[in-house]
Structures are given as C-alpha cells and as structure tokens.
Write a protein that binds this ligand. Structure first.
Ligand SMILES: [Zn+2]
Length: 143
C-alpha cells in the first residue's frame, strides 16, 4: 500500500528506496507527532536493518521537500507530522503527559490576527508559531 507521504514524494519526484518507503509509512500512520527516535523504533519493527542515521537523513529529506513538518515544543527533541496544506491546524501540548492535541477551531481568526499584527508593525508575515501549553482542568481543579 502506498502511504500518503510516499505519494507526496513521488509527486515531487523523490526517488523511493525500500527504507524510505518504510519511514514514509511510519510517519503517515502516526497520529501522535513522533520524534525521530520513535519513528526509528517503529520503522525498525518493520525493517530491523534501518539505522537511526537513515531515519534522521530521511526525515531531513522529507522536511526539506515540505512533505513533513517539524514541530518544536521545547522538549529538546523535534517532532514530525505530515504537512497538510488544505487542513491547517494548531497544537495544544498537555505538559503533564506530553500529549499533543490538534485543533482546527479558530484557524481563520488566528491566521488573520497574526497577519494583522505583522501588518500593523509594518511587516508582511512570512512565518509564525502558535502553540498552546496546558494542564487538564479536571485534574487540577476548576475552583
Ligand atoms: Zn498536528
């Protein structure tokens, strides 16, 4: 079966090796925004010959082609996910578990607000970050 990332690679003319195909499949099937070590662990369950160096190289390659996105949540290890141009979303990071929750609400409002601020400061917005960090309300009490 051809994974979503593999299809994106083929569209961009990237040569697919068997190991690249496995790494593409692992990231395509992951919904938890895994870091490179977790991708490596999952990939080596499928093909034990895959090395961590290959995983890093392949991740960098996919990233440089805009196929996957790099996320940095201050954990010291970057996480990755498929880039989806049509369905942009933001992340809330549960700091008690490290769990990453995606949300699509207010996407338009957030985007417009960022553009408005940049414009007001005399800039054209070319990139930005917007992440929420939280602790679950039900565990820490709504007084
Ligand atoms: Zn995400």
């Amino acid at each position: 079966m051809t994974s979503k990332i593999e299809r994106a690679c083929l569209e961009k003319g990237l040569k697919m090796t068997e190991q690249r195909r496995v790494i593409a499949q692992v990231i395509s099937e992951s919904t938890d925004h895994p870091n490179a070590e977790i991708v490596y662990k999952r990939a080596s369950d499928i093909d034990p010959k895959i090395s961590l160096a290959t995983v890093y190289r392949t991740i960098n390659l996919f990233e440089s082609f805009g196929i996957i996105g790099k996320l940095e949540f201050g954990e010291g290890k970057a996480r990755y996910e498929i880039m989806d141009e049509e369905e942009h979303h933001y992340h809330l990071i549960d700091i008690t578990t490290g769990h990453v929750i995606e949300f699509y609400d207010y996407e338009k409002e957030i985007r417009e607000l960022k553009e408005k601020i940049a414009q007001k400061l005399g800039y054209k917005l070319v990139d930005s970050k917007f992440e929420l960090y939280g602790i679950p309300l039900n565990q820490h009490g709504e007084e």
